[in-house]
Design a protein around this ligand. Structure first.
Ligand SMILES: NC(=O)c1ccc[n+]([C@@H]2O[C@H](COP(=O)([O-])OP(=O)(O)OC[C@H]3O[C@@H](n4cnc5c(N)ncnc54)[C@H](OP(=O)(O)O)[C@@H]3O)[C@@H](O)[C@H]2O)c1
Length: 252
């Protein structure tokens, strides 16, 4: 991975203890940032993540259990940055997300609401706090999905939330620009993580060789590379952009 220098920055990665978020958090720690990493319910993965860090990474990392859909908790993240590191958040990655596979006709209202709360309301609450904090030079990246671009019969709630996130990214980009805050999105395709059950992963791996032009699923590190680029000044003239990281699965 390219060596960025994020020293002096405090970053937030929601859902950063596993999967794509973990790769992003580790890449940021490796680039000199101090990093707030959140998780929601999986204490085991959080413990494994914490134990995997060396002493330098441990000193630069603050692990917090926090639900992105709770406004009190999202506010606290911004306060924790000041309290622990003495600096405001300037790099924000809205990565936390849930995928509950289910047919449209069986989807119940509670599941619909929960998906939208985590995947769309969470980034809204965090984005609102970032814009309120008015820190010129800040950069935010929202993790959307190819499902938000193509729609998805198996998880229509998820696809709607991720489509909404692209739109929210563009609204926040317009609002953030006069403040010197950039806001972009990344839309991953099929990435090998625990968001899928082992049997779903097996099916996707087989299917990938047929439907993905690059012939395989992507890795969390491949998404992290794009996220770090969007966070960095190397992408200083991009805002409101949605970057596809999907092996050619969708070109739009
Ligand atoms: N994998 C893919 O193919 C793919 C494709 C496109 C987009 N994405 C998106 O990429 C992001 C990361 O996905 P992933 O594949 O790495 O999934 P993952 O391995 O399941 O990780 C999801 C992370 O989000 C956290 N999270 C869930 N609900 C939360 C909440 N209410 N508040 C705070 N954190 C919460 C989880 O924490 P706990 O485990 O502690 O609950 C976990 O750390 C998601 O937004 C996902 O939609 C993934």
């Amino acid at each position: 991975m390219v060596n960025y220098d994020f020293s002096g920055h405090v970053a937030l990665v929601t859902g950063g203890t596993k999967g794509i978020g973990r790769s992003i958090a580790l890449a940021l720690l490796g680039s000199g940032a101090q990093v707030l990493v959140t998780y929601s319910r999986d204490q085991n993965s959080a413990g494994i993540f914490q134990d995997s860090l060396n002493s330098q990474q441990t000193a630069a990392m603050l692990l917090l259990q926090s639900d992105v859909s709770d406004p009190t908790e999202t506010k606290r993240l911004f306060q924790e940055s000041l309290a622990r590191f003495g600096k405001p958040l300037t790099l924000v990655v809205n990565n936390a997300g849930i995928l509950q596979q289910g047919d449209f006709l069986q989807l119940d209202e509670q599941s619909w609401d929960r998906t939208l709360e985590v995947n769309l309301k969470g980034p809204f609450l965090i984005g609102q706090e970032l814009l309120r904090s008015d820190v010129a030079g800040a950069s935010m990246v929202n993790i959307s999905s190819v499902g938000g671009q193509t729609g998805g019969p198996k998880a229509p709630d998820y696809s709607a939330s991720k489509a909404g996130l692209i739109s929210l990214t563009r609204s926040m980009a317009r609002l953030g620009a006069p403040l010197g805050i950039r806001v972009n999105a990344v839309a991953p395709g099929w990435i090998q993580t625990d968001i899928f059950t082992p049997s779903q992963l097996q099916d996707l791996q087989k299917e990938a060789s047929k439907v993905i032009p690059l012939g395989r699923m992507g890795t969390p590190d491949e998404v992290a590379k794009s996220v770090l680029w969007l966070l960095s000044d190397e992408s200083s003239y991009l805002t409101g952009h949605c970057l596809n990281v999907n092996g050619g699965l969708y070109f739009g």
